[in-house]
Design a protein around this ligand. Sequence first.
Ligand code: B3K
Ligand code: ZN
Length: 873
Amino acid sequence: MAPASTVRLLDYRQYPFAIPSVSLDVVIEDRLVQVTSTMAVEPRASGSASEAMHLRGVELELLEIRIDDQVLASADYSVETSRLVLKHPPAEPFSLTTVCRVDPFSNASLEGLYASGGMLTTQCEAEGFRRITFHPDRPDVLSRYRVRIEADRQMYPVLLSNGNLIRSGDVASASGRHEAIWDDPFPKPSYLFALVAGDLREVRDSFRTASGRDVALRLHVEPGDEPFTAHAMASLQRSMAWDEKVYGLEYDLDEFNTVAVRHFNMGAMENKSLNIFNSKLVLADAETATDGELERIESVVAHEYFHNWSGNRITCRDWFQLSLKEGLTVFRDQCFTADLHSQALKRIEDASMLRNTQFREDAGPTAHPVKPDAYQAIDNFYTTTIYEKGAELIRMLQTLLGKERFMRGMGLYFRRHDGEAATTNDFVAAILQGALEDGEPLGFDPEQFERWYVQAGTPEVQIARAWDPQHGRLTLTIRQTTAATPGQPDKQPLVIPLLWSLVGADGEPGEEQLLVLDQPEQTLVLEGLASAEQPPALSLFRQFSAPVHWQADQSMTELFHLFAYDNDPFARWDAGQQLWQRLLLARAAGDVDIALEKQMQSSLEVLLAADGEQDPAVLVTLLSFPGGAELEALQEVAEPLDLYLAGCALREQLGTALAIPLKARLEQMGPQLDQVWPEGQGERQLTGLIWSWLAAAGDHQVRDQALDAVTGPSMTMARYGLRSLQPLDCVQREKALQRFHDRWQQRPVIFDTWFALEASTPRADGLERIQTLLDHPRFDPMAPNAVRAVLGGLAGNPVVFHAADGSGYRFMAQQIIAVDQRNAITASRLAKVFSRWRFYSKERQRQVLEGLALLQSAELSANTREVVDMMMA
Ligand code: B3K
Ligand code: ZN
């Protein structure tokens, strides 16, 4: 398989040739596709002799190569593994034509051109274009593309590529064949190229831009799927309107196409004017998707659409700058969802997600900065650090500068770099310059801020207080440190925006303040506070103002006070999270903290009471336990199974102790439950949460309700029903899974959920059952959704994955090896399930190592090899 070689940021140099235009002629035949590419090439260096021209190409059969229509002598070029070198290209502009054959029908990698069901489709980011034709295939080479596609009309009635359709019709010389010619006027990097050919049905709508242009919006789906497209279409229209309103950015072509594909490595892809989506992120309505899935679809549709500016019009100079487009686009889609739904809930959701995925990555063997400096397989760097931490860096700029100054900087960025391949430094420079236009000082050191891009790891902030009750003086001593990460032993202090406030004994909130941390240690003295025995409660990192861990010397009483009164929804939720952490960690250690549990129960009784917390969605956040990854990070020796069992036991305890108020709250929710998303989602969430507590406490009536929901009209309630029954070894659980199976087995997009549920259900014979799933007639090993459902389900099943005999680890390793033979991207992602192994007990470490040894001795792709090597380093 592909040999590993390291690419370094320091080695970046501009590609020595400009390629202003690329013309592709793609002829789809029965078993093969012939691609003729003609590129206009302009050597950048002036002078007589030009340097050799290196092009990339993977699994291409080169039939012919011409320069200015002269067939090239074999001495003038060489074709090595994955590379075509023109030894003496002309020093003047020339045209380069290559004719290649590719075989999409046996391409299981789902990169480049591949077959999915009856259609042909592409995925070129990051380096898939080289599987279609010879090309430099790097993001700083921007070209205008013109594409002719020719195919059998019956088999491939729809032929799509980027840009505008120039012509379509029959091919005169061949009966039954037709062609389409597409032209994209915007120069783009090769990773944004896309082509789709197949028997697809079109759902059409439109959008009128602020400047009055009508854009045709087309969604292309497999026959029969048309009824499930309304939500994605409406999401697209909302996204287009939002980008105009908030950023003043309009769509720039007359049509926008989206295609849903069943075999897809990730969520979706922002190809210029031809977005390609994993079908599960397009096809949805209230009966077939949960509220959470509907919101996710809306946000992914928005994310891909927003890329049209943050990614396509302004792209990345090289892959080290990936966060330039991904961090920024995540930031934009987060703001979109917050604007459309709830600022508070979105912030809590994002903070929780960051803590459970990115913090874990930052603390493990694959930790890397938002701007990495080296990689072997770029596909391994589509991580939560690049995406979500990247978005947090941008949010910190907004917090530090204030929204108005920040948005001025955004405006400058989009104007200044339009049409360019830019860097994260360009981005920060534009934001700061835009902010400074008002002549006010920045308030922080920009160079120090940029350390966030190059320094990996989650900073730790320690806050200690000294209280002088007589003088009402509170002194905070604040220290920041960042632990070493692989390859970065020494860390520098960062610019950390700390939003804080005081919350008085009566719950009265103080004013929110910004403190910029930039020293290893600094102090803040607050004078003139009311003298009292205890200082006022301290609300910290409000709005989750920085992606850091923090620890303060807060007492449990203070946390309960914040949990009840803090007026910042994030900080209030966070105070509760700290309390839940204590409770769960104590239980996991076999040491129930009875007094604290009682106190929590009393505080929950207040929240649940009729005059308690009124917003059901907020109540759900307050009642939700911290994620397993967060808790694990707080254990001296990580014991995921103990944590899982602690969660089950605590639910049972609370469901028993609070049965009366929980049931009372359930009864209040009747009619709202049936409202159409986004209405009613808080009520549905709260119902689901209460079910899970009461079902755990053995309430048969609730267990039956949960079971009935599986065949009801709402997928949201069906899944809450299944989730509350899943941990329980009871008849309702088995019936619920069976009913879900029977109801959805004909619908692959939904049926993957059944695979995931089965794989993650804790059962004594778990592994045998997982094997049955892999052998199931409806399991499609080529579909990453199905693979992730089963193997991801297994990884999320603590009882089976972390079984005491190590069988879960070995099984997983064997499966990863098998997946890697077909699909390196999916396999290397799955391999990260082992990344926590060094935090486990000695015995567990030995067992994981057995699994890792299997991986190490296997023939692996460069992608998976890189991940395994990182874990073993
Ligand atoms: N840009 C794509 C991700 C491509 C992943 C390549 N392995 C989707 C997105 O972030 O919008
Ligand atoms: Zn993206």
